[in-house]
Design a binder for this molecule. Sequence first.
Ligand code: HEM
Length: 850
Amino acid sequence: MHIAMFVDYHPASLGGVQTAVAGLRRGLERAGHRVTLFVAPDPATEPDPDIVALHPLSIPAVNGFEVVAPNRRNAALIDAEFAARGPIDIVHTQSTYGVAIAGMKAARRHRIPLVHTAQSRDDAFIEHTSPAPYATALALRALHGRYVPHAHHMPHRDGESGAARHAWWTISGQAQAADRVIAPTRHFADLLLAHGLTRPITVVSNGVDDALLDGRTAVARPADGPLRLVWCGRLSGEKRLLESIEAVRRTDHCVLDIYGDGDLRGAAVGRIVERRLGQRIRLHGRVSQAECLDAMADADALLFPSNGFDTQGMALLEATAVGLPVVYCDPALAESVPAGVRSADPSVEALAETLAELAADRSVLAELRTRLAGRADTVRQSRQIARVLEVYRDAGAAVASATPLAMPRTLADIPTAPGRVPVLGHSLRALADAPGFVTSLPALGPIVRVHFGRQTGYVLTTPDLLREVNLGDAEFEREDLREAIADIAGGAVNVLRGPEHRLRRRMISPALRQSRLAEYAEAAADIANAWAAALPADRRVNLMDEAHGLVLDTVSATLFTADFGDSARREIRDNVPWLLSQVIVRTALPPRLRGLRMIANYRWRSKSRHLRAAVGAAVREYRRRDEDFNDVVSALIRHTDSETGARLSDDHIIDEAILMLAGGVGSMASLTGWLWHEVSLRPAIAERLYAELDAVVGTGDVRPEHLAAMPYLKQVVSETIRFWGPWISAANAGADLPIGDVVIPAGAAIMFSPYMVQHDPRWFTHPESFDPDRWSAENAADTVKKAMISFGVGRRRCLGDHFAMLEIALASAALLSRWRITPVPGHRVRASNRDFVLSPSALPVTLRAR
Ligand code: HEM
């Protein structure tokens, strides 16, 4: 098996979880499996080919650990590593912070079985180490809940503090999100169940690396001399180091050797100096696990005074491994201590009393040693591996046989996406990371509730459901959008409803039919060739600005080819980019807030008026000439509906022309930009495209008829449209909308996300790899076409899909037949979500002539 293990602590750092993970990793490798470890970085360590350090946030380390967020950048890194390292069979998370959450999200994205080992008492840790436990636990709960559903029922427990309860939401939420859970001890498994965990949980003890045990035997200890205690672990409050020092101080004839490091080191040194304990208590600092075992072998007992914190205690296993008795306090740890002495209670007094008894009479220890003899093998890591593998297999089988998440029976059954905040709902999450947000939804169910500000939406997460709804009788409306764009195109097809919408679609679709496209393609090719020829060599260019300019010119030229369309084209170039940038802001704002943007509103109205006037003047001139100029406006003017005899008015044509600019320019420019970006990052794809372009286009201009002879270019276009499909599309239910047993109330937004469906491994294998070959003639049969929904589904499906494919292909052929693209080093391209298609923020590149 290939296991991707996610843990927030770098293996070079100190702690029981790190030791446990290191042991498990080596145990699995020894059993012939492969482990890739995803961790927070540790700048001081050498790179290890099997360790992937995620990107940390640029904030100070917390408790010595770099902070990693489960953000888009890390998702991209994980996806690239998964793709490069070959199939991953299991994702195994071992903590509850950013790295583990990123692992959980990756498992869900890639539909890989997810196992979580719960082994940290974050509640006790926070209570012991934070100056403001309640606020810290609450903040962590809120942060965690942004990514991981906290939807399970968590019963109230008597005596549990508010801080602990907040912390348990993250502990149990993380476990609940997995397919299978491992706990190292029965008592901790019971605590998880008592906090509402309903996932299957298996107790599998941690283990000590076999290599450390081989050849090691328990050493007999002399019965005279002081009682020699050893302390191994992190020097921090929850481990009760200072209490240990105090107990030893109160015990005559007793010495303590402390191994480990941590934030209490300074305090411990101070206490030792102040109480003049230098002869009896020695701090040795951090040592390797092998040295720690050696130190244990040379001691009379392990002092392990933590209480209510450890879930198992790696040092307890190590003590068993070397046959060392343990002095401890916490009754819950008895199951990990085969031979030890427990103090009457956790107080320093009781601990000192126990130590004094042992110092006075060593026979107890001798008897415990006899009990421990021969038990070392029980804690070998290899003993635990078979059970871990069983859990992995179980998780795999559960995922493989999982019936798709059931359809909700009532509105209340529909899960709400995690991370909702008051007033803004999920807007912040979606704005911060739209792809991450939408791809997290299918794991919640076929319908998921989201809130964008005051709007409640229902996201349909499967293509089948989307088809069922969009091909059915349901009527949709877009009143909010219509109202927001009323000045500029409030009567266009995409905001009409019912019979009016159907008639308008019939009226305008002939203008974008494939037969008509052949005519527009000539103009589009001429514009693309002239543009590509004029690009500057060896200078920095922002290809995203170029894509916008080129696509805008092409759409306006295909709307109006005639010379007298000049002024309309000029108005389009001057006004459309700003107007488009406003559409999304205007739609997002409630009308009352929108009204407050007085200057922007004035500009909006004035520019809209100018644009409509210029387009209107051109349309009137077309009507006067009554000629077919082989462009979109000619087609719109000349069309008569065969069923009703209806013709489009000037206002209708202005609305539709502006909608084509609004719906077509941003989306086509973004997708064209993404194609160039993907190709610039992938030499293998670029070379195949160059070879095809050289063979078909040669050194001359690109012509529309070349496209049919370039199947690989078509594959790259299709893959770009799959990979970078629109992240959101929405319309409101015009009446109560039944879906299965549920009735969605009239007015609610019904949403779908092509990006989400097209990144769902149920429909596309390895969806995160950009692979044009999935569209090749040989593979096409295996590709689930119904899941390709970038242009929508059903009665509102995009009317410009063929036009868009044609333009993206022509623009790319014109660019790539002349130029090689070298991205500016160090520039990170971000996906901006200000439009329904994600857009590359900027594409700074240098072009070199081919
Ligand atoms: C790659 C670029 C494009 C993408 C990804 C795209 C995608 C979409 C999507 C998802 C819808 C909405 C479907 C729904 O609401 O269910 C839509 C509608 C529409 N698109 Fe496109 N589109 C693109 C380019 C174009 C172009 C170039 C034009 C026109 C020249 C265009 C014209 C339209 C029209 C008129 C509608 C409204 C259809 C209706 O409401 O009945 N689109 N498009």
